[in-house]
Design a protein around this ligand. Structure first.
Ligand code: NAP
Length: 253
């Protein structure tokens, strides 16, 4: 018996990077997947890849910051698979800049995707989870929640997600639903590639610099985060609630 046989996992921003790795691990462990992303081309490519691997996948282009799109997707996913057991709020963007150069649009975009998006998705799934008396909600925070130069918007959103996680844990615990957060450190994805580009260095240089500050002496891979997410999502983790797990190759917080 696979660990997530019979479970349905909804992962946002799952076409690439950390979200894709999370989706893939759930599917390998037997879960059915519901995935959304904003970029149609990349999402279709990932969907085809997953189908070729024999995964059971329901997908749609949807923007987490848009309540109607999220609710329509969740309702269709429940029609398709009968329920949603696991929600992973992974979709994310960065709009980095020093405070004095940060535009309103940079601030709003980051708040909308991370905070409003996670709120929209959690609110949409909770009624199905409450009915089933079972659920696992995992939010993607970040070590940036502890503060990071050039990320006033992103670190605020990622710290906000920790408060959101703890509140969901308190409100939903009695319905068999847990909420936890994974806070990654430096992970090699398009997001960190974009950071290298913005600061004008090669990705290899950025990786080398980051690794020099990571106690385990290597950078993180999307699978490292997926492993932590799966731990929180396990049925046996029912007494682990409202926690933030830093997955950064060394101590944080
Ligand atoms: P990524 O490679 O950029 O993937 C994020 C995915 O989310 C992309 O496919 C993106 O689409 C999608 N997305 C963006 N806005 C969306 C929206 N409104 N609705 C639905 N999907 C949307 O990033 P990642 O590195 O895998 O990051 C995944 C999560 O981990 C994020 O929450 C991020 O903040 C967090 N995290 C990452 C790191 C790291 O070092 N990589 C560290 C700490 C935390 P587009 O590409 O079209 O925008």
């Amino acid at each position: 018996m696979k660990r997530f046989e019979g479970r349905v996992a909804f992962i946002t921003g799952a076409s690439k990077g950390i979200g894709k790795a999370i989706a893939e691990k759930f599917a390998i462990e037997g879960a059915k997947l519901c995935i959304i992303d904003v970029d149609e081309q990349v999402l279709s490519k990932t969907f085809s890849e997953f189908k070729d691997k024999g995964f059971d996948v329901f997908h749609q282009v949807a923007d987490v910051s848009k309540r109607e799109q999220v609710e329509a997707f969740v309702d269709s996913a429940v029609k398709e698979f009968g329920k949603i057991d696991i929600l992973v709020n992974n979709a994310g963007v960065i709009r980095d800049n020093l405070l004095f150069k940060m535009e309103d649009s940079d601030w709003d975009m980051v708040m909308n995707v991370h905070l409003k998006g996670s709120f929209n998705c959690a609110r949409a799934v909770q009624r199905y989870m409450v009915d089933n008396k079972y659920g696992r909600i995992i939010n993607l925070s970040s070590t940036s929640a502890l503060g990071n130069r050039g990320q006033a918007n992103y670190s605020t959103a990622k710290a906000g997600l920790q408060g959101f996680t703890k509140t969901l844990a308190i409100e939903l615990g009695k319905f068999g639903i847990t909420a936890n957060a994974v806070a990654p450190g430096f992970i090699e994805t398009d997001m960190t590639r974009a950071t290298a580009k913005r600061i004008g260095i090669s990705f290899e240089e950025l990786v080398k610099h980051s690794v020099s500050q990571i106690p385990v002496g290597r950078s993180g891979k999307p699978e490292d985060i997926a492993n932590a997410v799966l731990f929180f999502a396990m049925e046996e983790s029912s007494f682990v609630n409202g926690q933030v797990l830093y997955v950064a190759g060394g101590p944080k917080a």
